[in-house]
Design a protein around this ligand. Structure first.
Ligand SMILES: O=C(O)CCC(=O)C(=O)O
Length: 271
């Protein structure tokens, strides 16, 4: 289990090691409410539907506003802005990764940035917010520190199946032995660089493991081709200088739009 670093160490950890952890960011009552929303979502799905890939709840959930509102939450934005060293942020996507007890799938070692068509730029990170306690037994995320160095784009190799993503990157035993398990309590979050190698094991425990990923980028340095991206990009924080035509401006806490925007992603499709 990793120790809580002091607040002013987070940026150094993020820029050197490629990740950081922040504890008790979202209050237990708010987590309980998000969990209720998730549970309602799950109740609506066919019983045999896998839960590891509930994509874009901020677009597809019946109460999408809840998840979009979270995407522009000041606590998440200030933590993210600090790590990326910027004031203007866009939210590119969200993804609920729910590993049911006993059967939750593994995610093989992979990078994030290489998955996202239409995203150009390196100042991109993922906030991983724990909705359930997440630990080694129920398949918490693991990262291999410093593998983001130089933003390498590693080859994606097809897996034999039985995992969530169906692809992996090559990792030596030595690299794997340096992996850090990111154990979080519900309400804690981690932030990882989009090039760091990360993954997670199956959930062999009798406890669910649910986390929400939010993919943020520096609006000033990262360009997103909306056509290729296939879903809305939300401008969530900043003075507006880098707001691009086609992005949806929800910065500043005003009312959310009436609908989540035009998108081609199918409801809770597999990633
Ligand atoms: O939830 C996990 O186990 C892994 C998360 C992940 O791969 C990601 O955030 O890209």
């Amino acid at each position: 289990m990793i120790e809580q670093p002091s607040a002013n160490e987070d940026s150094r950890l993020y820029s050197e090691e490629g990740y950081c952890v922040q504890r008790r960011v979202i209050a237990p009552s708010e987590i309980a409410s998000l969990r209720r929303s998730l549970d309602r979502m799950i109740e609506e799905l066919p019983e045999d539907r896998r839960l590891e890939s509930l994509v874009e709840p901020h677009i597809h959930a019946a109460d999408w506003e809840t998840w979009l509102e979270l995407g522009r939450d000041e606590r998440l934005l200030s933590a993210t802005g600090e790590m990326l060293g910027c004031e203007e942020l866009i939210l590119m996507s969200t993804h609920l990764i729910v590993k049911p007890p006993g059967v939750g799938l593994a995610l093989c070692w992979h990078q994030d940035n290489t998955y996202w068509p239409g995203v150009s730029g390196v100042d991109v990170c993922t906030v991983w917010l724990a909705l359930d306690d997440s630990d080694i037994a129920n398949g918490c995320m693991k990262v291999i520190p410093r593998t983001q160095d130089g933003n390498p784009e590693l080859e994606m190799i097809p897996t034999d199946g039985g995992d969530l993503l169906g692809v992996r990157v090559e990792v030596t035993e030595e690299m794997e032995s340096a992996a850090v398990a990111i154990e979080l309590e519900a309400g804690d979050l981690s932030i990882h660089d989009s090039y760091i190698i990360h993954g997670s094991d199956r959930n062999e425990s009798d406890r669910r493991r649910a986390g929400l990923t939010l993919r943020y980028a520096n609006a000033a340095t990262v360009k997103v081709d909306l056509e290729k991206h296939g879903k809305p990009v939300y401008y969530v924080g900043g003075c507006g200088d880098s707001l691009v035509e086609g992005q949806r401006d929800i910065s500043g806490g005003g009312p959310l739009p009436d609908d989540p925007g035009v998108h081609r992603s199918r409801r809770f499709e597999n990633r």
